[in-house]
Design a protein around this ligand. Structure first.
Ligand code: ADP
Ligand code: MG
Length: 339
């Protein structure tokens, strides 16, 4: 059973009707009615030792910061701002007090930077691995929340920043290949160890009224765009040539013998924003990118069909040369479905 099949099973059993609930399972955050004209956004993400991080190379401060950022990213993806945080820590017996202190310095420092406050949580013993679960509660104007489900055929697909950086950074860490420090490669390693959530871009995009649908890129473009397509009942064609790569990505790819397009399409944890808007909004969005302090790149188009397709460089408009890439990103339970 794959991750999304399990989530579908959970959603089927949970039900989704309750007064005050605007959106339950299926978007970056649950959306609840808030004060008049406002909504509450609620999200939870877990980081598990050996699955999401390796303590032998992940400095505890940066892990603390990342634990906050990955959750804040989901709030940003709906156009909101984070307010409150809950932290559940599962630690093996005999954990180092110094590790906990450094982790919490990073965690609370990151909360302050994003303007939210740690208000509760839970502390438990874990058999042998560190498990970090974080809930973030955010807020947004009710008429500015951006869902995954409102993309329209013909929309331009945009991404913020550049792609594949965190995946390349992870591979550099695994290979021990980023020492001695090289500033270009260090930036990729930093993208893996200490990602930043795109809060400014998310708020500006939501307030602009230009964006139809939005999601953050946690599992990789191929998987996250597939989620957006499913929720919007539409398809997508992405052009490999248009994917935004930074120079360091090419440097790391050649050092590690990896395909940069594959890193950009399937690599997870960039925490960039993917959004769609009418083609007529292009000039306004490019202006907004300057204000948000990042690049916005048009990478493809939403279609009336289904599935996510990658148009390879030089293949022209020939449909036969497009490859289907839906859900080719990170899956916690890959492999064939089993009953
Ligand atoms: P994201 O990558 O944005 O964090 P996920 O892919 O983890 O989102 O989850 C997709 C949707 O499924 C979200 O709405 C999330 O809240 C929901 N979800 C995931 N796991 C569970 C679970 N165990 N129980 C209930 N809802 C879940
Ligand atoms: Mg998300």
């Amino acid at each position: 059973m794959k991750e999304r099949e399990l989530i579908d099973m959970i959603a089927g059993l949970a039900g989704d009707k309750r007064p005050g609930l605007l959106r339950g399972i299926g978007d970056d955050c649950a959306v609840l009615e808030g004060k008049p004209g406002r909504v509450l956004l609620v999200t939870m993400d877990t980081l598990v030792e050996s699955v999401h991080f390796d303590p032998s190379w992940h400095p505890p401060e940066k892990l603390g910061r990342k634990s906050v950022a990955v959750n804040v990213s989901d709030v940003a993806a709906m156009g909101g701002t984070p307010s409150f945080v809950l932290l559940s820590l599962g630690l093996p017996a005999g954990f180092a007090a110094q590790w906990a202190d450094r982790f919490l310095q990073g965690f609370t420092g990151s909360c302050r930077e994003y303007g939210c406050l740690l208000i509760g949580g839970d502390t438990v013993r874990s058999p042998d691995r560190i498990v970090i679960t974080v809930t973030v509660i955010g807020e947004a104007a009710a008429d500015q929340v951006i869902y995954r489900s409102q993309a329209r055929p013909g929309d331009t697909i945009w991404v913020s920043g550049s792609l594949g950086r965190a995946a390349a950074g992870l591979e550099l860490c695994r290979a021990g290949a980023y020492q001695p420090p090289d500033p270009l490669l260090e930036a990729l390693v930093e993208a893996h160890l200490n990602p930043r959530a795109r809060t400014a871009a998310g708020s500006l995009l939501a307030a602009s009224g230009l964006v139809h649908a939005m999601i953050d890129l946690s599992d990789g473009l191929a998987t996250d765009l597939a989620h957006l397509c499913e929720e919007s009942r539409a398809g997508a064609v992405v052009e490999a040539e248009k994917l935004p790569a930074c120079p360091a990505l090419y440097q790391a790819s050649s050092l590690l013998h990896l395909d940069p397009v594959r890193l950009m399409v399937s690599g997870g944890e960039d925490y960039e924003l993917l959004f769609t808007a009418a083609p007529a909004a292009t000039a306004d969005l490019l202006r907004l990118a300057v204000k948000a302090g990042t690049a916005f790149s048009p990478v493809g188009v939403m279609t009336a069909g289904s599935g996510v397709w990658l148009q390879q460089a030089g293949s022209g408009q020939d449909a036969a040369e497009k490859i289907r890439i839906d859900f080719k990103g990170f899956d916690h339970f890959p492999g064939p479905a089993k009953r």
